[in-house]
Design a protein around this ligand. Structure first.
Ligand SMILES: [Fe+2]
Length: 304
């Protein structure tokens, strides 16, 4: 079992009274599971408020209640793969990501309170990937390359307006009718990221569609495998995708898997972790409240 993510059996009163300790635990472990807490959504927001540490001086919450990820499944299919016996497909688990990496200020913390979990044993688990450990394990030549002036482009292409693919700095929000989750154009981030509290370094990797920033020609984003003359990016991408993202091994030092039970509240750091979840459950059988907290402009070194 990986060393990151801690599991606690605490009451609401204990969390409120000892919130400084839990806030530090959250930074240290990057995630906390509060077993069987069953918070009301106002209590979930309050816990996020108490446990958040970071650079956002006016932090706000982002909330989704009674969510079952239906939005990710168009009808009863995922990317053309139909549900079998009404169950969400196994392929769901390959959608590793961090939340809103394409935003100029992505959310700092995220949390899920699993309110209903009527799911077959071993299905519907959530995986976390430690981007600090990933950095730590990289060979020196890749670390050196990342130290350079390297930026990543976190746009996924899941938006409908090709004209939005520029880098004017206007952060044009695209047509909200498409399945792009408020994706904004022109949001490049430095490849390395410093955690504002622990000061530890992570690789700001956000999924398989992430590319090197194409400052030469911002209207034509690179494809992950099509980045010209950069063997280092390809090497990094292959380490991440083949050695970590596809491993699904709970003993891998970069990976953690959560077997959910109803009532669990799982809070994790969206600044240094990626996540994904498994299929194998019916829409409506896995329902959670989600609360994000704090939004920060990523940086490496010191904030400017
Ligand atoms: Fe997510």
């Amino acid at each position: 079992m990986s060393a990151f993510i801690t599991e606690e059996t605490s009451s609401l009163e204990e969390i409120y009274e000892d919130s400084v300790r839990y806030a530090d635990l959250l930074v240290e472990h990057k995630g906390i599971v509060f077993k069987d807490l069953s918070p009301h959504f106002m209590e979930q927001i309050r816990i996020m408020e108490l446990l958040y540490q970071g650079d956002d001086t006016n932090p706000r919450e982002g909330t989704i209640f009674d969510e079952d990820h239906r939005i990710l499944y168009k009808g009863n299919e995922l990317n053309g793969i139909p549900f079998v016996d009404g169950m969400t497909p196994e392929g769901s688990k390959h959608n590793w990501h961090s939340d809103f990496p394409f935003s100029p200020e992505p959310p700092s913390l995220t949390s899920m309170h699993m309110k209903k979990f009527d799911v077959p044993k071993g299905a519907g688990r959530t995986w976390l990937l430690d981007l600090e450990m990933f950095y730590h394990l990289l060979p020196d030549d890749l670390k050196e390359w990342l130290e350079g002036d390297i930026y990543f482009d976190h746009r996924t292409g899941n938006y409908s307006d090709p004209a939005g693919r520029d880098n004017t700095g206007n952060h044009k929000t695209n047509d909200p009718t498409g399945n792009h989750f408020g994706e904004e154009a022109g949001s490049y981030h430095r490849a390395l990221r410093t955690h504002p509290v622990s000061k530890r370094t992570s690789v700001f990797f956000s999924g398989i569609s992430m590319t090197l920033a194409n400052f030469e020609n911002p209207n034509i984003p690179y494809t992950p495998q099509g980045t010209p003359d950069d063997s280092q990016f390809k090497k990094l991408w292959e380490f991440m995708v083949y050695d970590v993202m596809k491993a699904f091994d709970p003993d891998h030092p970069c990976l953690y898997v959560r077997e959910w039970e109803e009532g669990d509240l799982f809070i994790w750091d969206n600044r240094n972790l990626m996540h994904t979840f498994e299929g194998g459950w019916a829409l409506g059988s896995r329902i959670f409240d989600k609360v994000e907290y704090g939004h920060e402009k990523p940086y490496y070194g010191s904030p400017n």
